[in-house]
Design a protein around this ligand. Sequence first.
Ligand code: PEP
Ligand code: MN
Length: 344
Amino acid sequence: MLVVMHTTATPADIDAVCRVIAEMGYSAVPMPGEQRTAIGVVGNDGRVDDTNVVGLAGVAQVIHVSRPYKQVSREWRPENTIVQIAPGVAFGGNAIVIVAGPCYVESEEQILSAARAVRAAGGTALRGGAFKPRSSPYSFQGLGKRGLELLALARAETGLPVVTEAMDEAGAELVAEYADCIQIGARNMQNYSLLKAAGRIGKPVLLKRGMAATITDLLLSAEYILAEGNTQVILCERGLRSFDTAARNMFDLNAIPIVQKMSHLPIIADPSHGTGLRDKVIPMTRAAVAAGADGILVEMHPNPERAKSDGAQSLYPEQFARLMEEVRLIAQAIGREISPPPGT
Ligand code: PEP
Ligand code: MN
């Protein structure tokens, strides 16, 4: 339930509404807006009886949020949430953020060379895994803390903010010390203790859709993070498992406009995991920008043949540079722009 206050409501009116909500056994979350304050009610699992609230002084309207998720819904917050991961790098506004880099951090030389290529092509942020969830326990699992240190080194040299994955609660604390945005991967989308930890830490979170998750599942997972008080969540479509083996995944671009209608959170697209092959990544990146994605997460490796993982879907630096030129034109055609690297 959302209690919308009149523009003329006084702080005392707002306090009184919050008190009544607390007496009903729920938590009140006041959200001051430019014109008026709205007070969200959390802690209920079903429709709340509003009889004690509707008649209170200063109350303009009571809105019952009809979705199972609340704080992530557009009913709760009609305007877009802007998620800023670093000065000048924000998701959810007019500018489309391009996050690029290798699947994994493999070495100092590799990540620095990738970061330089991202920066030179005009990419906005750097990606790269230090902790990697692998389907097989025998696959390379990442450099761990050393990988985070190398990402920080690449940021210091290029100025690009860093997006990297955390796999568990303890890992999230460590990742938060180094990264500008904590990625929660498809395999962990329903790892509720990780979601809560990321919510408590309060850093921006990039939450990827699980490979068999519905859009509602994705939004409910995001709700776990918001329920801990962290509204800085970016959603990511990365393709679904399907009956069709022609591509690695079924890249669900429908999710972009659907999520934008259902939620105020920004949504980006990952055509690398969405398709699995670099010659498909290029057209589907163009398509994701055209579909209205607030950002792109794309794998690019200085030497894809040598990549320890996901080489076949990693772009060559020259391909990435050309793609940047193309998406600039597509963004312009739909009245948007590509967010430049910070400091430019
Ligand atoms: C990744 O982005 O490197 C990754 C592992 O993606 P996903 O969680 O979508 O499989
Ligand atoms: Mn990958």
